[in-house]
Design a protein around this ligand. Structure first.
Ligand code: ADE
Length: 247
């Protein structure tokens, strides 16, 4: 079942990177139908205007609702469908997390509306929400970008790699940082076993599977506690064993 993602932007070239790597491969394999559109295709004036000055005053420009409305009316189904979501990247949205990526990956069709300038006229989200379309206003983190394009790249990559068949070994999705365990990833090593006087931890060369598992979990817990105490607080107490509590 191919997932479709439409991205609407005034800078389609920004999304050229989605021809590359894993996402590009998913597209060529027919797992992902990704279409990038130029918002200006929905303008009607000679200058292809997409923005105007904000009512109430203030700096910057706001994207016009009429242009966005024509674009989204073309790309969203007339009747709202729970499997079709409108995604609006914005620094004022809920934070996009791995759980959010999983949620988006379970949809059949995403329409991503990239705003520039000070944002999109608020009536656009208001209207599609009122009609019953699922709408997600999402921030990729607490910093401000010039527009939604880079956030859309982040979201398409995070979602794309979760689609069945895109990542070769699905186990790698389970064990990674922000996976089901709720912990950061343990440190990893490869050959050579000794490099510039630095040794790979003995346990990893021991072939003792249970001890390796325990060591990795200890390192993941230690790292998470130091770097992301918020994630430790959010762990389910039931999911911790007696040994975990000592770390
Ligand atoms: N647009 C501008 N900044 C953004 C952010 N942090 N997340 C999502 N979209 C944005």
């Amino acid at each position: 079942p191919e997932v479709r993602i439409d991205v609407v932007t005034i800078f389609p070239d920004y999304l050229a990177a989605l021809d590359l790597s894993l996402v590009g491969k998913a597209r060529r394999a027919g797992l992902l139908d990704l279409r990038v559109h130029d918002l200006r295709d929905w303008t009607t004036d000679r200058h292809r205007t997409v923005d105007d000055t904000p009512f109430g005053g203030g700096a910057g420009m706001v994207m016009r609702p009429d242009v966005w409305g024509r674009a989204l009316d073309d790309l969203l189904p007339t009747a709202p469908d729970p499997a079709v979501r409108l995604v609006v990247p914005t620094p004022s949205g809920r934070v996009f997390t791995q759980r959010g990526a999983e949620e988006l990956a379970s949809a059949e069709h995403l329409v991503v509306a990239c705003g520039r300038y000070e944002g999109i006229d608020a009536r656009v989200v208001e209207r599609y929400r009122a009609e019953g379309h699922p709408v997600d206003e999402l921030s990729i983190g607490d910093y401000v970008l010039n527009g939604g394009e880079v956030a859309a790249l982040v979201m398409v990559e995070a979602v794309g790699r979760l689609l069945p068949g895109v990542v070769g070994n699905p186990q790698s999705l389970v064990e990674e940082s922000h996976g089901a365990a709720g912990l950061l990833e343990y440190p990893v090593y490869t050959k050579p076993p000794s490099w510039q006087g630095l040794e790979v931890p003995d346990v990893l060369l021991s072939g003792h599977h249970a001890r390796i598992e325990r060591w990795r979990r200890d390192r993941a817990l230690e790292r998470t506690a130091r770097r992301r105490p918020d994630l430790v607080d959010a762990l389910d107490a039931e999911a911790l064993d007696a040994r975990d509590r000592e770390v």
